[in-house]
Design a protein around this ligand. Structure first.
Ligand code: ADP
Ligand code: ZN
Length: 677
């Protein structure tokens, strides 16, 4: 069958995501393929779909059992013959896989790389009609990477033995890793390579300076109540206290860290996958095994380790392509902590320099003056335009020429032989009268009191930004005393200008306003649909989104399909899912639609009541636009009632009631109803 047909019928998608189609074409054509796509870009489809188009079975090598099981479950729910051979299998599961292999009906066989070591597996694969090898997380073959899996090196042998095309997928783009993948997986012969950009435009980026961080996190979560989110914390203890605080604030929350036993961690992972709106406070250990597409937000209670870590962690949000939000908190203590961690680590010196560099990149992002996304993507080698979806695009930074202040700070440090931290240096430039100043005679320094035009908070912001730009670095051998770096020299010599943000603390009021997922009118129906989904998921013992994802439910709540045919046109409803769940969800919708809205009840027995019903019918005809291809849209019952009661029926009056955007779609039709009598 055609890829495009399968895309709709099996996966229920209207079209390809950017980049997917070329990759699918190459893999279907049997070319060796390397696809580099950001997390959430939709890599799995790029081998799942070709596996269905091609004859025989596709072997999928994947490093994580949890992910494999999830994908297999998702495929089976869509009616695809898929199975996995993992250590977590029950006997029946394994037998079913062997039986399908023997019958030649299996289309996708997932397995962990460790399996490849066994002769039994090799013989089985030789005898099965394998026509394609797909390798997920292909960077695990790189010996220099963090995720190295020695058994990935066996994949090259397997390709040689079976002599079939191989498709490798990864989100890691650096050149060294690519070279290693080509060498180890493709025997040094370059495959067709696809590099899809690193932008995740649906993720809103924001940073905020710590200022009572617990309140900041609670505020952020409160504005997103009922949505699934992750709060990354720097320490295990913090995951526990924060999840308790979130629980007290009425959220459903739990914590996760490497110190918990394996069973407890698995429980959290399973709850997170299955439940709607759970918040997990976690150390970085959480996430590798998480493949939840509808995580709506990610917050960092502490600064991540590096820009790569940041990108990976925020990238767990919004894999379904729907809007998702992030907020990263940071402060001078984070900068000191991360620097010390690098300096006191065991890495060789070149590696330490590189780590400082990666931290600098992240701090540069935190202290950015212009579009965060431009700064982030530049680091990954792209050259984008300002995004319109970050805090700095929302509210441009207020900046000032800080050259003079920076020179004062540097000079205070140099004149005290770089033996002091920010607190004391600020006391010097502000001319404070403290015992430490008097004892050391620092009130006699020429820099003493030269910076009185800025207050303490402003000076703290200046020092923080100087550390963020790596002009000052804390020296662990001097108990964190600030030392000037080479980068600061041109400023001291008067050869460079420094522009800094005017305080980021006083301006750090991030808006709690969150886009509602549906109109107030449709919200009860959406909750009813979610409840139905939860019940079905619980009955099946799987995660909720495998049934339908949020986007699909939202579309249902808005378009309110009344028949199976209309239901089939909703994005995400493939043939198999229509068959399995269509009726159940139609019943929920019918139940909600049948209830007469109170706004309509009030008009009962009056002519306006009949007008209301005709307006409703006119609206239903246009719910997806005149051609039926547009985004679903509807007016609230209260608005319809108001329109029905309009005394003066003209376009302006209608638009005033239902708003310009709705008037564009419904205005003419409503006027026709009104003037008809
Ligand atoms: P990756 O492995 O690249 O991180 P996934 O393969 O898990 O990403 O896909 C991320 C999400 O995007 C999944 O929920 C998937 O169902 C969805 N998705 C993939 N392709 C499409 C598409 N063409 N249209 C709509 N949704 C898609
Ligand atoms: Zn931006």
């Amino acid at each position: 069958m055609q890829a495009a047909t399968l895309l709709r019928d099996i996966f229920g998608f209207d079209g390809f995501r950017p980049g997917q189609e070329e990759i699918v074409d190459a893999v279907v054509a049997g070319r060796n393929t390397l696809a580099i796509m950001p997390t959430g870009g939709g890599k799995s489809l790029c081998f799942q779909l070709p596996a269905l188009v091609r004859p025989g079975v596709t072997v999928v090598i994947s490093p994580l059992i949890a992910l494999m099981r999830d994908q297999v479950r998702g495929l089976q729910a869509a009616g695809v013959a898929a199975g996995a051979l993992t250590s977590g299998n029950t006997e029946e599961e394994t037998e079913a896989v062997w039986a399908q292999l023997a019958a030649g009906t299996l289309k996708l066989l997932y397995m962990a790389p460790e399996r490849l070591a066994s002769f039994g597996t090799q013989r089985m694969l030789r005898e099965a009609n394998v026509t394609l090898i797909a390798v997920d997380e292909a960077h695990c073959v790189s010996q220099w990477g963090h995720d190295f899996r020695p058994d990935y090196l066996r994949i090259g042998e397997l390709r040689g033995m079976l002599d079939v095309p191989l498709a490798a997928f990864t989100a890691t783009a650096d050149a060294e890793t690519q070279v290693e993948i080509v060498e180890k997986l493709f025997g040094g012969v370059s495959p067709a390579t696809f590099l899809r950009g690193f932008d995740r435009p649906n993720i809103h980026l924001a940073f905020a300076v710590k200022d009572n961080p617990r309140t900041q996190i609670l505020g952020f979560a409160a504005a997103r109540k009922g949505q699934s989110g992750i709060v990354y914390c720097g320490t295990r203890a913090k995951t526990e206290t924060l999840s308790a605080a979130l629980g007290q604030a009425g959220h459903s929350a739990c914590h996760y860290h490497g110190g918990m036993d394996a069973q407890a961690r698995r429980d959290v992972e399973r709850r997170f996958q299955q439940e709607d709106g759970l918040i997990v406070t976690a150390t970085v250990a959480f996430g590798m095994g998480i493949d939840k597409p509808d995580i709506r937000w990610v917050a960092h209670a502490d600064l991540p380790k590096s820009i790569e870590g940041y990108y990976q962690e925020i990238g767990r949000a919004g894999r379904d392509g729907e809007p998702a939000e992030t907020m990263t908190l940071y402060g001078p203590d984070d900068i000191r902590y991360r620097r010390t961690q690098i300096d006191e680590g065991l890495a060789p010196p070149e590696r330490r320099d590189a780590d400082h560099g990666r931290l600098n990149a992240l701090l540069g992002l935190a202290e950015a003056l212009t579009c965060r996304r431009v700064n982030l993507l530049r680091y990954f080698g792209e050259d984008p335009q300002p995004c319109g979806n970050c805090d700095l695009c929302d509210t441009p930074a207020e900046t000032f020429d800080a050259t003079q202040a920076v020179r004062m700070a540097l000079s205070a440090a140099l004149r005290t032989d770089e033996w002091f931290g920010a607190g004391h240096l600020i006391d010097i430039v502000m001319g404070a009268d403290t015992p430490k100043i008097r004892e050391r005679g620092h009130d006699a320094l020429p820099t003493y009191g030269v910076g009185r035009e800025w207050n303490k908070r402003q000076w703290q912001a200046i020092f923080r930004q100087m550390m963020g730009r790596d002009l000052f670095r804390p020296d662990p051998e001097r108990h964190g005393a600030l030392r000037m770096t080479e980068a600061a020299r041109p400023i001291l010599r008067g050869e460079a200008v420094v522009i800094l943000r005017r305080d980021t603390v006083t301006n750090a009021k991030f808006s709690p306003a969150v886009r509602a997922m549906v109109s107030e009118e449709d919200a009860p129906l959406l909750s009813a649909l979610k409840a139905k989904r939860r019940a079905l998921a619980e009955a099946a013992g799987g995660p909720a989104y495998i049934i339908f994802n949020d986007k699909t439910l939202i579309e249902m709540a808005e378009a309110k399909p009344a028949t199976l045919d209309q239901m089939a046109r909703i994005g995400g409803v493939g043939a198999k899912k229509l068959e399995s769940y269509g009726r159940a969800f139609l019943e929920v919708i019918a139940g909600a639609v049948d209830q007469v809205h109170p706004a309509r009840m009030k008009l009962a027995g009056r002519t306006e009541g009949a007008v209301y019903d005709r307006l409703l019918a006119a609206q239903a005809d246009l719910a997806r636009g005149p051609d039926g291809h547009d985004k679903p849209m509807s007016c609230s019952a209260a608005q319809l009632a108001k329109v029905a009661q309009l005394r003066q029926a003209d376009a302006d009056a209608v638009a005033r009631v239902i708003g310009e955007r709705h008037a564009e779609r419904f205005g003419d039709a409503f006027l026709a109803v009104l003037t008809d009598g």
